[in-house]
Design a protein around this ligand. Sequence first.
Ligand SMILES: NC(=O)C1=CN([C@@H]2O[C@H](COP(=O)(O)OP(=O)(O)OC[C@H]3O[C@@H](n4cnc5c(N)ncnc54)[C@H](O)[C@@H]3O)[C@@H](O)[C@H]2O)[C@@H](O)CC1
Ligand SMILES: [K+]
Length: 486
Amino acid sequence: MSAILRREEVRLMELRHAGLPLMERAGQAAAGCAARMLAARQGCVLVLAGPGNNGGDGFVLARVLREQGHEVIVACLAEGAQMPPDARQARAAWQAAGGQVVSEFVGSNWALIVDAIFGIGLKRPPEGRYADWIARLSQMSAPVLSLDVPSGLDADTGRVLGAAVRASHTATFIAMKAGLLTLNGPDHCGELSLHSLDLPAEAAPGRVLGREFFAAALLPRAANVHKGLFGQAGVIGGATGMVGAALLTARAALMAGAGRVYGGVLDAGGPVVDFMQPEIMLRAATDLHLLCSALAVGPGMGLSEIAAQQLRRAVAFSGPLLLDADALTLLGQSPQLQSALARRDVPAILTPHPAEAARLMQCATSDVQNDRVSMALEMARRYQSHVVLKGAGSVVALRDGRWLINTTGNAGLATAGSGDVLSGLVLGLLAQGWEPALALAAGVHLHGAAADWLSGQGVGPVGLTASEIAPAARRLLNMWLVQGEG
Ligand SMILES: NC(=O)C1=CN([C@@H]2O[C@H](COP(=O)(O)OP(=O)(O)OC[C@H]3O[C@@H](n4cnc5c(N)ncnc54)[C@H](O)[C@@H]3O)[C@@H](O)[C@H]2O)[C@@H](O)CC1
Ligand SMILES: [K+]
């Protein structure tokens, strides 16, 4: 499972290995990507080199491609003397080999454009002619290879600083960066490849969320079992007009394997049976006993006094607890509930989307989105819970400070009820005795993988409905249980 390093962690790693020819290795690795992208394409390669070490990587790549017989031009606005030592050396080696450096590029008929303008060193919007280059790149039809980070993208947060390159492929070095995986990163990176530059893997609190994280919990079912072994899942939600949200959660819990599922609805005139899924035992929320193995509270629950009462009852429940949707809004308004939550032995799971996270953190949604990893970690710390901050590149922050970014899923999940299904999948795993951190990570990964599988069948991303996610997730989960880590 790949480590994700923040900018400062990458810098420390570079310092620790300063004696190694890292820029040479980075340029060589990127030249391999470039050669694959060029394949049979004829014509000249344009390398846009910035003023720092990202530009230096570009000079190494240019030299290697030229040695392989490709025609290459490097455009660089900085003077050699203004560049940092490694980049200066790479530029000198390029020129010593007969390579040309120009200060401007004309024409648009390139076989490949290499974006070596800015890497992890960019912290403010690109200015002047660099901004101009990025704007011009967006109008060109040639494939673009970005080195380390698409220029203009913040490597830690995935924010576009002004404007950013939209790459066909991004070759990133040493370790994965959060900004490539969350917010605007996935829309700008194209295909993503990681090149470790032969540095040893490091222990880091951030990881890419893969199946190996929860593989130990993927245990195939024995033959001699009964439903009582797979837990009782309880759902509280479904105020008037929103009963469907609670049903989506309950159905997903059933399809994730919970032995029995109880639905406690707040709508006094609500249904007594779910005719699409009659296995679910429906009743008034006030009649739902809390002897269940795991509880999810919030889908379609509303913000009424009865909803608040139900939430207070749920926070006192000692088993695994997931809070979603309206439960999060109510939680954000109540210091008493917050301290009760923080005192729980079993950490609760919070599943906010960015607007709900903003309510939990008493800030603007844009503040949440501007640094999703830091915000998810701060929420986990403040609420002493495991958190998933949903959205492109969902960030899972665990109570102990570890964090994960999920890479499954697609825009099809941006549909009504999708979050209710996620809650149900996690709830179903919790009911079966999965440890909360593993249930959350697995649920998030599975939910995204189900959407990817459905999109591969033409069911989405456009028009994917939340009801379709749980049956697809059930199918994948059964495959994973047989395959293990796979
Ligand atoms: N240091 C090392 O050991 C290694 C560094 N590597 C490369 O080096 C990159 C980091 O290098 P740097 O720290 O030099 O940073 P960058 O090359 O990403 O950019 C920093 C340079 O851009 C300028 N700059 C920043 N923002 C600007 C803006 N908005 N407008 C105009 N100029 C701006 C800075 O003044 C500085 O000159 C990595 O992303 C990676 O590509 C790799 O070669 C691997 C090894
Ligand atoms: K770049």
